[in-house]
Design a protein around this ligand. Structure first.
Ligand code: PLP
Length: 427
């Protein structure tokens, strides 16, 4: 198919709600490390795919999948070493008392199960979430995702959902209405009070670093304090690590560890299978026991021997290639270079991030912080034309997000910063 033919046929038979990136969409046919290649053979530096965590098509992961696929793929109703090994390794990487695993196939499935666990364990229904959050694509999770229910096509907040303001250090520090962007974890108690007439909160869901809310790094120890408030109200605490887990933040393996918080339930996804649909929920023995109420939890594909071979291979590569340390070092370099652009590029309001989870917030005015959404889109398009793939996020669609595969190195960091300097100068 030619690219034009492909686009027309896609439009005819794939749902129109499935978006495409860029005004002139790319036909990507191959990936390697942090690079993607289009049908013409042009190379693009992938700065947004945190799913292919250890690098596109990493040979160790590909081999593990192919070898196990050639031997056996079944469900978890048989004893199999692969699931047990992966569960042992994951639990070994998590703090006590997180020691019981459920394997699922997507971040949405993981959060959906976390919701069921919390509701069954507490006997309550309501949930608190952070403004701007996205937790998944199911009906229940759209209800828990202000990014969606308050966004285009959304139908607003459901009665059982209670929204805590985005703890946004940049806006609360700089914006004239700073209080509206309060970083006060006490807001979790306010949400719990709001839930009291309905029987109280079952859970607080919070990403360990906020993705769709605009690549926000939470204020120091915010999550620890928010969890204290939630627990005081009888709720369970769910850390959504679907975006940021597995060493991306550099200093720690999990994002919540940077916040001195220990969740009751943690949800894992995207990077866990390096592109293979593998995700997990890890919880405490107490929560898992409450959920074992007679109703079996069955998941046809979750935890199958192929997926678990892939999950173990991903952990092997993170360890053997020192990718967590690389995220820390390369992330620090990139943050420094991007921070250096602030002096000459008045559009940059804030540069923030941890490891290789970085946001560059563009504003029209550094006092009013009016989001520079159209400019952010122009930057993303111009960077694509220069061979660097980025995208935007945040409620104002003005935050350029950077979360590349961890195969991304110092040379790639220098390239991104240099291209961005040129593009910003030309706006
Ligand atoms: C924080 C967060 N949680 C959950 C999900 C849902 O994961 P999936 O798309 O694998 O269902 C996403 C997806 O973008 C996410 O960003």
């Amino acid at each position: 198919m030619t690219s034009g033919d492909l686009a027309a046929r896609r439009a005819r038979h794939l749902a129109p709600s499935l978006g495409l990136s860029y005004a002139d969409p790319l036909e990507i046919v191959r990936g390697e490390g942090a690079w993607l290649y289009d049908a013409k053979g042009d190379a693009y530096l992938d700065c947004v795919n945190n799913v292919c965590h250890v690098g596109h098509c990493h040979p160790t992961v590909v081999a593990a999948a192919a070898e196990q696929m050639a031997v056996l793929n079944t469900n978890t109703r048989y004893l199999h070493e692969n699931a047990v090994r992966l569960a042992e390794r994951l639990c070994g990487l998590l703090p006590d008392p997180l020691s019981v695993c459920f394997f699922v196939c997507s971040g949405s499935e993981a959060n959906e199960l976390a919701l069921r666990l919390a509701r069954t364990a507490t006997g309550r229904h309501d949930v608190a979430v952070v403004d701007g959050a996205y937790h998944g694509n199911t009906s229940s999770l759209i209800e828990l995702s202000p990014y969606k229910f308050n966004g285009r096509g959304g139908r607003g907040r459901a009665d059982h959902v209670h929204v805590v303001p985005t703890p946004d250090p940049f806006r609360s520090r700089v914006h004239p209405l700073g209080a509206a962007f309060a970083c006060d974890p006490q807001r979790v108690t306010d949400a719990a009070r709001e839930a009291e007439p309905n029987g109280g909160l079952a859970a607080l869901f919070c990403e360990s670093l906020l993705g769709c809310a605009g690549q926000v790094v939470l204020p120091p120890a915010y999550l620890a304090a928010a969890f204290e408030h939630a627990r005081a109200a009888g709720a369970l605490c769910v850390a959504d690590e679907v975006q940021v887990g597995f060493g991306r933040v550099g200093s720690h393996f999990w994002g919540f560890e940077t916040q001195r918080a220990v969740p009751d339930i943690v949800t894992l996804g995207k990077p866990m299978g390096n592109g293979h649909p593998l995700a997990a929920v890890v919880t405490t023995p107490a929560v898992a026991a409450a959920f074992a109420n007679g109703m079996e939890y069955f998941n046809t594909f979750g935890g199958n021997p192929v997926s678990c071979a892939v999950g173990s291979a991903v952990l092997d590569v993170i360890e053997s290639e020192g990718l967590q340390r690389r995220a820390s070092e390369v992330g620090a370099l990139l943050l420094e270079r991007l921070g250096g652009l602030e002096a000459t590029a008045p559009l940059i309001g804030d540069v923030r991030g941890l490891g290789l989870f970085i946001g560059v917030e563009l504003v029209l005015d550094r006092t009013t912080l009016e989001p520079a959404a159209a400019e952010a889109t122009r930057v993303v398009e111009a960077m694509k034309d220069r061979g660097v793939l980025l995208s935007t996020d945040g409620p104002g669609h003005n935050v350029i997000k950077i979360k590349p595969p961890l195969a991304f190195g110092p040379a790639e960091a220098e390239r991104v910063a240099a291209e961005l300097a040129t593009v910003l100068a030309g706006l």
